[in-house]
Design a protein around this ligand. Structure first.
Ligand code: 5RP
Length: 217
């Protein structure tokens, strides 16, 4: 199976978690895009979705799936999203698609966060995938210097402007042994909007596709 076929298979498996759920939080990325395609087939049985990015919103709307404002929906039952890295504690690195801030908001506002991925995303220790940090543009250099003090090597994702009109620093060379502490430390830096470390609020359920098998825990 190709990596994309693995993503498609796990996206299909996630449908088990959205039965009788009226409003579904929807993440961003190529794995979630498969999930959105399946969602289109059952749009008549849901009230709508809450979207984590402009890209996801456009895709949902193009398929006739209603997109609702999180402020009007309140707490979500279920949020389905992908990840760039997953550790054994269900903590994640996300933000490869620059949507980390809205993804984090939806994760925080959801009762159950279902993370779907192909098996290549599983790691023992987070940090090989450069950690995305969304920053207010004028704070970019300052935040970068502070991230160096934390042991990372930040690289500006040039040309990338987030849906919130901010910039992204991708932090290389981190071995994240204490994800909750690092998340808190980065959140403390003035000018940081959000860090793509989902540790204090990890996923609730991991579903990965490995060959023909769906592993759920
Ligand atoms: C976007 C994300 C994605 O969930 C992450 O990048 C995984 O993407 P893909 O499903 O394309 O592998 O965090 O900001």
């Amino acid at each position: 199976m190709t990596q994309d076929e693995l993503k498609q298979k796990v996206a299909f498996a996630a449908l088990d978690y959205i039965k009788n759920v009226p409003v579904i939080g929807v993440g961003t990325g190529s794995t979630v895009n498969h999930f959105i395609n399946y969602l289109a087939d059952m749009k008549g049985s849901i009230d709508g979705t809450v979207s984590s990015s402009v890209g996801t919103t456009e895709r949902l709307k193009s398929l006739g799936i209603p997109v609702l404002d999180l402020n009007e929906v309140g707490e979500l039952e279920v949020y389905v999203d992908g990840a760039d890295e997953i550790n054994p504690n269900k903590q994640l690195i996300k933000g490869g698609g620059a949507a980390l801030t809205r993804e984090k908001i939806i994760a925080a506002a959801s009762k159950k966060f279902i993370c779907i991925a192909d098996d290549s995303k599983r790691v023992d220790v987070l940090g090989k995938f450069p950690l995305p940090v969304e920053v207010i543009p004028m704070a970019r250099s300052y935040v970068a210097r502070e991230l160096v003090k934390l042991g990372g090597q930040p690289v500006w994702r040039e040309g990338c402007v987030t849906d919130n009109h901010n910039h992204i620093l991708d932090v290389h060379n981190l071995t994240i042994l204490e994800p909750i502490n690092l998340e808190a430390a980065i959140n403390q830096i003035t000018g940081v909007v959000a860090v793509g470390l989902f540790a204090a609020r990890p996923a609730d359920v991991i579903m990965v596709c490995k060959g023909e098998e769906i592993i759920t825990y």
